[in-house]
Design a protein around this ligand. Structure first.
Ligand code: CA
Length: 223
């Protein structure tokens, strides 16, 4: 899952980025409203964390323009000013939730998880065939076997599990699992798919779940 953080306070932005990366999210940070809006429009984010007080263009204005542009990612507003007016305005324009600074990281994470769950299955544990992944405990299982995953393998599996039976191009996978610094010239996606296969599609299991679509990408499906 890939998240955009639009926040000019460097300390807050890096606190959020570091925390989310430890939870295996890919995170881009923009420090003003204009750049943030551009990122939000050209990339496909799974959620956007948007500060209200921003240089160049305010958060509420950015939010309004993103909604007009048809950006679908859920938006979590950050505000230092706990004024009812800002919050109501933000929610009216289409923000999905808000958080007042200062906040605990756990709180931010909990809110984000709720936002990203909306529109999907509604069940917190992701399942496909005998494969399961629990975002709350970060445990993955194939059948009864616990699967130990690195941060990136986890992110990759989560993305596959949220899009079963859908052919995912390398570009789409890269966009949701890696951040802006990802070099599209590399074969990193294939490398990580192979790591993941070596853990969940081992010879102990008769059915393979990750399939290659030649020249296109990958699909999670039962044969
Ligand atoms: Ca700010």
């Amino acid at each position: 899952m890939r998240i955009l953080v639009i926040e000019d306070e460097k300390k807050v932005a890096s606190f959020i980025k570091r925390g989310l990366e430890q939870e295996s999210y890919a995170v881009d940070v923009c420090e003003d409203g204009v750049e943030g809006q551009h990122y939000a429009e050209v990339n496909e984010y799974d959620a956007i964390i948007l500060d209200i007080m921003l240089p160049k263009k305010g958060g509420l204005e950015v939010l309004k323009d993103l909604k007009t542009a048809g950006v679908k990612a859920p938006v979590l507003l950050l505000t230092a000013r706990d004024t009812v007016e800002d919050r109501v305005k933000g929610l009216n324009i289409g923000a999905d939730d808000y958080l007042t600074k200062p906040f605990a990281f756990e709180e931010l994470l909990a809110r984000l998880r709720v936002l990203m769950r909306r529109g999907t299955s509604g069940t917190p544990v992701l399942k496909f065939a005998d494969l399961s992944l629990d975002p709350a405990t970060r445990r993955a299982k194939r059948g009864v076997v616990d699967v130990e995953l690195t941060v990136k393998e986890y992110a990759l599996l989560e993305y596959l599990l949220r899009n079963p039976n859908r052919v995912l191009t390398r570009t789409l996978i890269a966009e949701h699992v890696w951040d802006q610094s990802f070099d599209s010239e590399t074969n990193v996606v294939d490398v990580y798919i192979n790591h993941l296969r070596s853990k969940i599609d081992t010879k102990d299991f008769s059915k393979k779940l990750i399939h290659t679509v030649r020249g296109v990408g990958y699909v999670l499906k039962e044969e």
